[in-house]
Design a protein around this ligand. Structure first.
Ligand SMILES: N[C@@H](CCC(=O)N[C@@H](CS)C(=O)NCC(=O)O)C(=O)O
Length: 203
């Protein structure tokens, strides 16, 4: 039995999209620790970091959205999990890149602090990172080429959760308006998938 903890309006959306794409049976517990003290207590018992998402796979607890998604995709096998080591290397590379270069802790500080200079440099830094992804996507439908795989789920959901309608990061950047046309087209393909629609409707 698989349980995924975390509201669809949080980073848990990344793992909910992965579960939908992999076609796995699971139970969703939409923990919202900021709104409910009892949810916080439940979360603290399964993740010492007190963050969602958390996966419980028959008693195996995994936290960190990218770890959860890579674990699920490898375990499920099938078309979302690349068989060639070079493709798996690219999968790890872009998944970790999305966390260190896009979902950065220091950029979260800009969001909370309200410091205009920090917000402007956050925006420039995000655009510079996105330009790297844009170049990698030129001439290809998906990050690994012709096949949609788990790395597309990981990077797309980090950039824009289903409830964020294709706008990127907390500053809600529009890739097309920034001239990132390959990235904009790829993101549009990702968010048009049924998995995004399914998660958008969840609690
Ligand atoms: N790197 C973690 C980040 C998880 C994270 O920051 N989750 C937020 C929700 S979006 C959280 O649980 N924050 C704790 C809180 O809301 O108190 C991951 O990707 O799983």
């Amino acid at each position: 039995m698989i349980t995924l903890y975390g509201s669809s309006k949080s980073r848990a959306a990344r793992s909910l999209v992965a579960l939908e794409e992999l076609g796995l049976d699971y139970w969703h517990s939409p923990l919202n620790p900021r709104a409910h003290a009892d949810h916080r207590a439940t979360l603290d018992a399964i993740n010492p970091n007190s963050h969602v998402p958390v996966l419980d796979d028959d008693g195996l607890i995994v936290w960190e959205s990218m770890a959860i998604n890579l674990y699920l995709a490898e375990k499920a096998g099938g078309p979302l999990w690349p068989t060639h080591p070079a493709d798996r290397a690219a999968t790890y590379q872009w998944s970790f890149w999305s966390q260190t270069e896009v979902d950065r802790a220091d950029w979260n500080r800009a969001r909370r602090g309200g410091d205009e200079a920090l917000i402007a440099s956050d925006r420039q830094g995000l655009i510079a990172a996105l330009a790297i992804l844009d170049r990698a996507l030129e001439g290809r439908n998906w990050l690994l080429g012709e096949a949609f795989t788990i790395v597309d789920v990981n990077v797309a959901t980090t950039l824009s959760q289903p409830n964020e309608n294709g706008l990127i990061g907390w500053q809600r950047l529009d890739a097309a308006a920034e001239g990132l046309s390959a990235l904009a087209a790829w993101l549009a393909r990702c968010i048009a998938r049924p998995s995004y629609a399914a998660v958008r409707d969840m609690s």
